[in-house]
Design a protein around this ligand. Structure first.
Ligand SMILES: C[S@@+](CC[C@H](N)C(=O)[O-])C[C@H]1O[C@@H](n2cnc3c(N)ncnc32)[C@H](O)[C@@H]1O
Length: 201
């Protein structure tokens, strides 16, 4: 019964986010991420950058009862909704939401997986900032590396700030693919372009 109630509530959070145009991860991208975490049982500690209303954090926490998630959100309104949703689903002991700019967050913890889903133009800075909180074998997951196709085809947008941001994503992506610290798999057709970068050293 509790499982059915939980599922209903997750669906409500999902539908609310879509209705209000809150940019939660695309459904196929999230399923892919959940499947990856499920298959890698050694993933216990997760750091998420970009909580929004807590949808992806809640879904990840539901994979295994003993996983711990820290999730960072800079927008107070989002943060408060996430805190409420996490509490409503009885997950406050395992999902720790922090109201902070991700680049300013510091901790001694070591994470098995860092899911990067905050400011797209800052991916490089986030990765370098949180290297110290990972180990050999930890993975960084980056979403939105296609940014609706605009990264590879800038003619799809005429918005100056979007184009600036997608140029940054492109530079980040190119550098990541040749970064010798990682083994990188890129899934262009999933979500909005997802990369999984596993630390080799
Ligand atoms: C794409 S949404 C996250 C969606 C969420 N991961 C999900 O799929 O359910 C990105 C979130 O990152 C937050 N954000 C943007 N810049 C940030 C920053 N510098 N630090 C922390 N959060 C940030 C935004 O307010 C927004 O809520």
């Amino acid at each position: 019964m509790r499982i059915i109630e939980t599922m209903k509530n997750i669906d409500k959070i999902h539908d609310y986010a879509r209705e209000k145009h809150i940019p939660i991860m695309k459904d196929d991208g999230l399923l892919f991420l959940l499947d990856y975490i499920q298959k890698h049982e050694d993933i216990q500690n997760i750091l998420e950058l970009g909580t929004a209303v807590g949808h992806s954090a809640i879904q990840m926490a539901n994979i295994r009862w003993d996983m711990q998630i820290d999730t960072l959100e800079v927008n107070r309104e989002m943060y408060e909704m996430a805190i409420q949703n996490i509490k409503d689903l009885g997950l406050a002991d395992r999902i720790h939401c922090h109201l902070v700019d991700a680049i300013e967050y510091e901790t001694d913890k070591i994470y098995d997986l860092v899911f990067v889903d905050a400011a797209k133009s800052q991916y490089k800075r986030y990765m370098e900032h949180f290297m110290v909180n990972t180990r050999k074998g930890s993975v960084f997951v980056f979403d939105n590396l296609n940014f609706h196709g605009i990264v590879e085809d800038p003619s799809l947008s005429h918005n100056r700030s979007t184009l600036q941001m997608t140029r940054k994503i492109k530079r980040f992506k190119e550098a990541l693919f040749v970064d010798e610290r990682f083994d990188v798999d890129f899934y262009s057709e999933i979500g909005d372009g997802i990369a999984i970068a596993k630390r080799r050293i």
